[in-house]
Ligand binder design. Structure first.
Ligand code: AMP
Ligand code: ZN
Length: 149
């Protein structure tokens, strides 16, 4: 019997189905959360949908909602349980955005005042005319009122 939501080549599919070891923290019907093997800070975790999907754009809505809720739940646990001072939710779609594993995941990254993680960018105020152009392009591409919400 083959499970169409399982990509046999995918490491996160293997974790979600307990075929490969991982430090699983918790599961729901649709999601699994587990420790990142190369933590950026102590307690760095990932939340994935059990069903294989590549990224944010391919993820079906019900799984996306389930991942968002699981990430919120885990984030809420980190502050008291780990003594974290804050949490980053990080996600990468595409190599240009630093994606390296091609099964949708959200990083739940506990932050500590003294964790020393550097901000990976410098903030520079945009040119107003250029900002107007980008806003106009995106408005036109997005279309009218909210599609679903
Ligand atoms: P990204 O670069 O956003 O695609 O994130 C992929 C993340 O998965 C990285 O932070 C890796 O450290 C992590 N990772 C890769 N393989 C494993 C694994 N077998 N178990 C746990 N985390 C993993
Ligand atoms: Zn997968």
């Amino acid at each position: 019997v083959t499970d169409p939501s399982d990509d046999p080549e995918c490491i996160f599919c293997a974790i979600a189905r307990h075929r490969t070891p991982a430090r699983i923290i918790g599961e729901t019907e649709r999601t699994v959360d587990f420790l990142d093997i190369s933590p950026l800070t102590p307690g760095h975790a990932l939340v994935i949908p059990k069903a294989h999907t590549v990224d944010l754009l391919s993820c079906p809505e019900a799984d996306l909602a389930a991942v968002a809720m699981a990430a919120q739940r885990l984030a809420g646990v980190m502050l008291p349980a780990l003594g974290a001072d804050g949490v980053n939710l990080l996600h990468s779609t595409g190599a240009a955005a630093w994606q390296t594993v091609w099964h949708f995941h959200v990083h739940v990254l506990p932050r500590y005042h003294d964790d020393g993680l550097p901000l990976p960018f410098r903030r520079v105020p945009g040119d107003p005319a250029e900002l107007n152009r980008q806003a106009e392009r995106l408005r036109a591409a997005r279309g009218g009122p909210n599609r679903k919400l």
